[in-house]
Design a protein around this ligand. Structure first.
Ligand code: PHB
Length: 406
């Protein structure tokens, strides 16, 4: 329940002194407006986050302090921002939601941010990764990642450990793509490398034919080729095109954020993916007790062939954050109260230890170096080659561009 409704209920109770004194702590209904891609090419992303949220609720009913949570779901369909913004408007004004949650694509979170501010509704971002999103509203907290958690350390690792002196960057041409490119370039060049090709590769809605872009890279012959695409079918096409053009044989090493080796797409990638190095915060293959339990619960709920990926973990962790905020505020939700509850919140996630940075309202977590391997049972898996512990968004830490208030 919102504070306004809470004040009204409080006044009513105050005018009934008997009730006011003897009433137990009230069980509130907390309405959560969930904005996700439930249809179209990105429907699988919405499904992962939705399932992650539901699974947390089903397995942790006690975490909500006895309050009832109602999810009111809206389909943002595509990355453009307009549909999500209309949905958020309606969720705030007609449904009077207490909390907004979800947001797969950065443009959808960006378009909705001013409404969170005006409506004073807290917004919990479960995917959208462009670094400066939380600065668009004081009521945004992010439980997913920023493009810099992967891109920046990947740049350093590419130079310092993989020995790449030159690199090309290819990226889907929208805010998180540019942000991921900037993150990689900053890490790579500050370590001594040099970015020699920079290629925007079409928008996020359609999977493009990557051949002309990759051919340009092959001709430029860098040591490393860093690619960001928004996961899903884009990622499968990246791996295929890289192999078809014989780029590995030409001496070019494909690297990127873990979005290009997403767990749900990994098995489709075949031998072409083996040996790939990516940087990310989650793989379903992590052998930690928390993750083994999470994956087992996931398979029990959604089937043995179903695999959670980093988006599912965004939903799971986001729901845990919401449960904490609800309990801390005793079911009467304000934007300020939610941000206060989440400031410094810590949690043992399937990805490892996470924390919400009180300064930035963004996530602090481990970034891991992933290598794709073929397991004895024939399946593709992820080995963790190393960990950069508890990374606070480097874009904000270094105050670069819009992260520095530009
Ligand atoms: C985003 O739009 O911010 C986004 C989408 C998909 C990803 C990563 C970031 O894999």
């Amino acid at each position: 329940m919102s504070l306004k409704a809470g004040l009204f209920a409080g006044l009513m109770a105050a005018s009934l002194p008997f009730l006011a004194v003897s009433q137990p702590v009230q069980a509130e209904e907390v309405k959560i407006g969930v904005v996700l891609t439930y249809s179209g090419g990105a429907a699988q992303f919405g499904e992962q986050i939705d399932r992650g949220m539901s699974l947390y609720m089903e397995t942790h009913p006690e975490a909500f302090g006895g309050h009832t949570v109602t999810l009111i779901k809206r389909d943002s369909k595509r990355p453009g921002g307009d549909i999500a913004k209309n949905a958020v408007q309606e969720l705030i004004t007609a449904e009077e939601v207490d909390i907004l949650a979800g947001f797969v694509f950065s443009p959808n979170a960006m378009a909705s941010a001013p409404l969170a501010t005006q409506g004073e509704v807290p917004m919990i971002i479960m995917n959208a990764g462009t670094a400066w999103i939380p600065s668009l509203s004081p009521y945004i907290a992010r439980v997913s990642f920023t493009m810099w958690h992967s891109g920046y350390p990947m740049g350093q690792y590419a130079h310092d450990t993989l020995g790449c002196e030159t690199a090309a960057a290819g990226y889907t041409d929208y805010p998180p793509g540019k942000d991921s490119r900037n993150a990689f370039q900053t890490g790579f060049e500050s370590s001594g490398g040099s970015l020699i090709e920079d290629i925007p590769m079409g928008g996020p809605r359609e999977v493009p034919d990557f051949t002309p872009f990759f051919q340009r890279v092959k001709d430029a012959a860098p040591d490393c080729f860093y690619v960001f695409v928004p996961a899903g079918n884009h990622a499968t096409a990246v791996i295929k095109t890289f192999a078809q053009l014989g780029m590995a044989e030409a001496g070019i090493r494909l690297i990127g954020p873990g979005d290009i080796t997403q767990d749900t797409k990994l098995q489709d990638m075949g031998d072409d993916a083996v040996g790939l190095i990516t940087m990310h915060h989650y793989s379903a293959d992590y052998q930690t007790p928390v993750n083994l339990e999470f994956v087992a619960a996931w398979k029990a709920a959604y089937g043995e062939d179903s695999t959670p990926d980093f988006m599912a973990v965004g939903g799971w962790d986001g729901m845990a954050a919401i449960a904490h905020a609800i309990t801390e505020q005793n079911g009467v939700i304000t934007a300020e109260g939610t941000m206060a509850a989440l400031s410094g919140w810590e949690f043992e996630s399937p990805r490892g230890h996470i924390m919400i940075d009180p300064e930035t309202r963004d996530i602090v977590m481990d970034s891991n170096i992933h290598e794709v391997v073929r397991r004895d049972d024939g399946r593709l898996g992820i080995n963790v080659l190393g960990t950069i512990p508890q990374v606070a968004d480097p874009c904000k830490a270094l105050a670069i561009g819009r992260c520095g208030g530009e």
